[in-house]
Design a protein around this ligand. Structure first.
Ligand code: PTJ
Length: 258
């Protein structure tokens, strides 16, 4: 880790950089993930590096949708595994949902290293007896060749038959676009977290939380815990992703004007 003093005005942002760089060094995060992170940083800067009201609105709807889901699944790539392993596991616990490793950039052994990293953070696996007894710990599912998504050619098409393949709602933070479109075409709802409100994923998801995933996860877990099922269906039906994305874009353009 670099020696960034806590008093540095950009301490948090620089610490996150260290975390993602460490992810690459550990072979969890793709080197391409650094570029994706930089893109995210730029949008976070424009957003004000805090969770804005349009993100709160989306988090509220996402909590309702995930609470109502019959088979929710949390998709994990190399960036989120490095940035928020504990947050992903907490989300799996509150939803009683599995985590599924699914990466875009194919690299030998990276999927396994992500799995092991999640297990170290107390996820569970049939082949990891150490964590089997951990109460409520989510399972980690791996991609297979037995189940494949339609409408997609990349490595992301390989999924687990009991995971993303049969999910009704998929939580897909920091996505590259193609899979979000494929999942929607397959009739699944997609909740994403993406700092860029103009990305293809942001535009195609059912619910887009325009916020940094490190700020979103604790808020989302808290909302899910507190949500009343009696109001969830109304929250989902009244939500407009288009309107929320418009608010995010308006916020960004106001920042630009001064
Ligand atoms: O591990 P892999 O191989 O699956 O690769 C993961 C990345 C993220 C590299 C891959 O999915 C990718 O290339 O993604 P993109 O197309 O660069 O899109 C990533 C999106 O996430 C961009 O719109 C970024 O602005 C956004 N983003 C980056 N960091 C964050 C973020 N959104 C929320 N929180 C962040 N910390």
């Amino acid at each position: 880790m670099t020696d960034v003093p806590k008093t540095h005005p950009r301490y948090l942002s620089l610490t996150l950089r260290d975390t993602i760089v460490a992810g690459v060094a550990q072979g969890i995060t793709s080197v391409h993930g650094l570029i994706a992170h930089g893109r995210g940083e730029a949008f976070d800067y424009l957003i004000g590096e805090t969770t804005q009201p349009f993100a709160i609105e989306a988090i509220h709807a996402a909590a309702a949708m995930l609470r109502l889901a019959k088979h929710p699944v949390i998709s994990v790539n190399g960036n989120v595994a490095a940035l928020v392993p504990d947050g992903l596991i907490e989300l799996g616990q509150v939803l009683n949902a599995p985590l599924e490793v699914n990466i875009f950039h194919t690299e030998t052994g990276r999927e396994q290293r992500i799995r092991e990293h999640l297990l170290k953070h107390k996820a569970r696996s049939e082949t990891s007896p150490a964590n089997v007894g951990v109460e409520g710990a989510p399972d980690v599912l791996m991609p297979t060749t037995e189940a494949q998504l339609s409408y997609i050619d990349s490595n992301r098409k390989f999924v687990h038959p009991d995971g993303i393949f049969k999910a009704d709602v998929v939580f897909v933070p920091l996505e590259d676009g193609d899979r979000c479109e494929a999942l929607r075409k397959m009739g699944k709802a997609v909740v994403t977290v993406d700092l860029n409100p103009m990305s293809r994923t942001a535009q195609q998801a059912s619910i887009t939380i325009v916020d940094n995933v490190v700020r979103t996860l604790p808020l989302l877990c808290k909302e899910i815990r507190e949500f009343s099922d009696s109001t969830a269906a109304d929250t989902v039906s009244q939500y407009s992703n288009e309107a929320v994305l418009k608010k995010a874009l308006q916020h960004i353009s106001r920042c630009g004007n001064g």
